[in-house]
Ligand binder design. Sequence first.
Ligand SMILES: *[C@@H]1O[C@H](CO)[C@@H](O)[C@H](O)[C@H]1NC(C)=O
Ligand SMILES: *[C@@H]1O[C@H](CO)[C@@H](O)[C@H](O)[C@H]1NC(C)=O
Ligand SMILES: *[C@@H]1O[C@H](CO)[C@@H](O)[C@H](O)[C@H]1NC(C)=O
Ligand SMILES: [Fe+2]
Length: 239
Amino acid sequence: MILKRIVILFISIASSLSCTKDEYAALNEKGTFTLPKMPYTYDFLQPQYWSQLLYYHHVKVHQFYVDDLNTYIKNNSTYTGLSLTDLIIQYGASDSSIANYAGGHYNHSLLWWILLNSRCGDREPNNNLGLDIDSTFGSFDEFKTAFTDTALDFDGSGWVWACVKSGKIEIRTSDNENSPLAGGDCYPFLGLDLWEHSYYYYYQWDVEEFIDSWWEIIDWNMVEFLYEEYAYEGKAIPV
Ligand SMILES: *[C@@H]1O[C@H](CO)[C@@H](O)[C@H](O)[C@H]1NC(C)=O
Ligand SMILES: *[C@@H]1O[C@H](CO)[C@@H](O)[C@H](O)[C@H]1NC(C)=O
Ligand SMILES: *[C@@H]1O[C@H](CO)[C@@H](O)[C@H](O)[C@H]1NC(C)=O
Ligand SMILES: [Fe+2]
């Protein structure tokens, strides 16, 4: 662990990154889907998220979901011409392949938008999101603890989400029959990828350290914007 900290320190000294990240812009694709471009370079989230891990997570894992989704929907005219969020809202609860392929494409697309280098931006939510978190969970620290405990209790591959149901923030885990966006149940705005491919290459079994590091690379200004503009209004965030 000490060795890893030293390596992390060297990486962060060696990389003199700017805070430049692309403006949020959804692809809004319908019918056929493409892998979205990363809104920043692969080394942007270092030292917490190693560039090589981010690269493979994007060009291998995320691309698989996009390819599988395209192959799958081509086979059934019911799915022709729908947007990604419509596919999930309308069919994510009844078709497990849609939940998996469209969900995987959506989950990862959203994840890239909500991350930021740890030296840039605010370290916690402000404005309406900050206030709503305080009123629901007591404080940001209590929200963080509840979310982290949920993640640590979670067994296997999946995601942890903060989402909005009827104007109220909830913490949910991924559960195949209970995908928050499927059926328009709960509108996600913050997601943590707990699949092994998300961290194992760098953190091995130390999920706790991975989760601690993930909190350091949240783009709170972006998350606030997506919360206010979409999730709080009962709308799926377009990607
Ligand atoms: C396409 O649909 C047919 C008939 O339902 C099915 O047998 C086949 O496995 C499907 N192919 C894919 C790629 O889903
Ligand atoms: C196409 O998708 C619809 C909606 O999920 C489903 O009801 C139908 O059985 C599917 N058709 C085939 C051939 O798989
Ligand atoms: C995407 O997130 C939803 C919500 O937590 C989850 O149910 C689903 O399993 C995830 N899909 C994939 C492929 O990770
Ligand atoms: Fe992933």
